[in-house]
Design a binder for this molecule. Structure first.
Ligand code: IMP
Length: 188
């Protein structure tokens, strides 16, 4: 446990010394969000999907996306915490906030900020499948490829990045930077 905290602190200190470089402007994000919403509205035509935000990072993306989707839909929220990533173990995930609406027989669209190892979404999709969801699709603003451990099919992807730590537009470093309207990459 102690070893894990020391590693986490060291990583936090390294990131705290980094500068941020603009990666995605408001305009780029806004244009891509509208495109994604258009695709989603088309693909789910005639259906009433349950749109689920994976907290907290997706909150601004979710709010912007949902308001561009031209379908009758319901919204809900879920939050997961993961353990073990600092130790480079396989990591395990648990829910810290469950959905409130029923899932059985529903077409679910999970909306995530960034997919990194894939552990979080792999856990949540497994859980919703066990609860009898009719279909589960994933919409992620950023697909970060470098550290993927679990294959998660991303049906709607905003942007792909190879590596790096991103902040802004909901993405945080130690709970900072979430409220920035653009997305930055932390650089040495
Ligand atoms: P995964 O289970 O490794 O895919 O974890 C995904 C979660 O890790 C995201 O929802 C974020 O909360 C966090 N995360 C991963 N990469 C970044 C990043 O570059 N910036 C901020 N948060 C990140």
């Amino acid at each position: 446990m102690q070893g894990r905290n020391i590693r986490k602190d060291a990583r936090r200190n390294r990131r705290a010394a980094l500068r941020k470089e603009l990666l995605l402007s408001r305009e780029m994000i806004g244009a891509r969000v509208r495109e994604l919403a258009g695709e989603i509205s088309e693909d789910y035509r005639g259906k009433e999907p349950l749109l689920v935000s994976v907290l907290k990072g997706s909150v601004f993306f979710f709010a912007d996306l949902v308001r561009e989707i031209t379908l009758p839909s319901k919204i809900d929220f879920v939050r997961a915490a993961s353990y073990g990533k600092e130790m480079n173990s396989c990591g395990s995930v648990r829910l810290t906030k469950d959905l409130e609406l029923p899932v059985e027989g529903k077409s679910i669209l999970l909306v995530e900020d960034i997919v990194d190892t894939g552990l979080t979404l792999s856990y949540i999709t497994g859980l919703l499948a066990d609860r009898g969801a009719e279909s589960i699709k994933i919409c992620a603003l950023v697909d970060k490829l470098e550290r993927r451990e679990r294959h998660v099919p991303i049906d709607y992807c905003g942007f792909k990045v190879e590596e790096g730590f991103l902040v802004g537009y909901g993405l945080d470093f130690d709970e900072k930077y979430r409220s920035l309207p653009e997305i930055f990459i932390l650089k040495e």
